[in-house]
Design a protein around this ligand. Structure first.
Ligand SMILES: *Cc1c(COP(=O)(O)O)cnc(C)c1O
Length: 379
């Protein structure tokens, strides 16, 4: 049996819509991107969504839109994909890591306030694996110190906590449509905001900072454009959007299947000795992006990496989300980080294994994964 770590959910409807775009005259940012943006804004109950080329681009643009740059500090988590902290470096600012909660792996809100300095301008929480951070507390701290909150919601379009959706309490939220995310166009991203001025600024910033898009030039009478600010080349195109429009309509259906698989994994694996599961926050809706187990120390004489290898040998696709950012070579070298700086993130990073979790995963495949895990940690 070979069980892929991930398989996307692009179907005939999505392909047909994309082919339609390819037969049309307009390939770049246009009406299909607009359709995706209004669909995403409606799904999240926010006024504005802006399509970009990646979540990394989304995070970078948000920092620029709020004027964050050299000399500024942004508080974030070390337990994420490097894109989170890299976006802060792209903006010329400095990422300031604080450690995570042992149960969920999310940024520990209690550690944020002590890390605030005169240079702190923003907090960038990551809703890890699809579970929202404590946004109420993060918003409280942000208001107290006049900080911007930019949510990295790459794992978490569908999440809800304390009755609040992603992007509601943050000033901005950033989403990814990368190849293995909950909905995907291979590469792609989006930003949601509440503020009309920021929406307009971000639309300029995603396209060089020019004040008219190609669609404006195409659909309206020609008018000269100007470039009031310096932006980047991060605009989503109609081809990417066409792949996403239908997936967004099915997003809750897709979530339901992942949720069922998540629960099946939880039921089967929580009693297994030697592994721990990521805790879930009661009363919240987990977006179920990733299902992770933790192998603490040695089980059956094996450490995490051996279990990881054994699962692969059984044909089970696996991943590690994540070895902490501060211990990556570049961050060690330029910021002097070392082992022991963020012990909980390091512990999780050394123990975690992600298992296959996607709507096309069949029940018998999930059962095979469960058996493979049990075998790996008992024999
Ligand atoms: C995937 C991911 C990103 C980056 O998304 P891209 O669209 O590939 O730029 C950022 N943060 C987290 C937590 C991610 O998982």
């Amino acid at each position: 049996m070979k069980i892929e770590f991930f398989r996307h959910n692009i179907g005939k409807e999505d392909i047909d819509r994309t082919v339609e775009v390819l037969h049309s005259i307009f390939l770049t940012t246009g009406s299909v991107v607009g359709e995706l943006e209004s669909g995403l804004a409606a799904y999240l109950d926010v006024p504005y969504a802006i399509g970009v080329t990646s979540c990394t681009a989304a995070l970078h643009l948000c920092l620029l839109a709020w004027g964050i740059g050299p000399g500024d500090e942004v508080i974030t988590t070390p337990l994420s994909f490097c894109a989170t902290a890299n976006s802060i470096l792209h903006a010329g600012a400095r990422p300031v890591f604080v450690d995570v909660e042992e149960t969920t792996g999310n940024i520990d809100a209690a550690l944020i306030e002590p890390a605030v300095t005169e240079r702190t301008k923003a907090i960038m929480p990551v809703h890890l694996y699809g579970q929202m951070c404590d946004m109420k507390e993060i918003r409280r701290i942000a208001d107290k110190y006049n900080l911007v909150v930019i949510e990295d919601a790459a794992h978490c379009i569908e999440g809800v906590r304390d009755g609040i959706k992603v992007g509601r309490l943050g000033d901005a939220a950033c989403f990814s449509f990368y190849a293995t995310k909950n909905i995907t166009s291979g590469e792609g991203g989006a930003i949601t905001v509440h503020d009309t001025g920021k929406d307009e600024l971000l639309r300029m910033l995603r396209l060089h900072g020019i004040d008219k898009s190609a669609a404006d030039r195409y659909t309206k009478k020609y008018r000269h454009w100007d470039m009031p600010v310096l932006g980047w080349k991060y605009n989503m195109d109609n081809i990417q959007a066409a792949l996403l429009v239908g997936q967004l309509k099915r997003i809750d259906e897709l979530w339901e299947r992942r949720d069922a698989l998540y629960r099946r994994y939880e039921d089967a694996l929580s009693p297994v000795k030697g592994i721990t599961l990521t805790g879930t926050v009661p009363g919240s809706r987990h977006a179920c992006h990733l299902f992770t187990i933790r192998v603490a120390g040695q089980v059956a004489g094996k450490e995490r990496d051996s279990v990881l290898l054994e699962l692969q040998e059984s044909g089970v696709g696996v991943a590690v989300n994540y070895r902490p950012i501060h211990l990556l070579e570049y961050y060690r070298k330029y910021f002097g980080y070392k082992e022991g700086d963020f012990p909980i993130a390091e512990k999780i990073g050394g123990e975690t294994i992600s298992l296959p979790l996607y709507p096309l995963l069949r029940d018998e495949e999930a059962e095979y994964v469960i058996r493979a895990v049990m075998e790996a940690v008992t024999s």
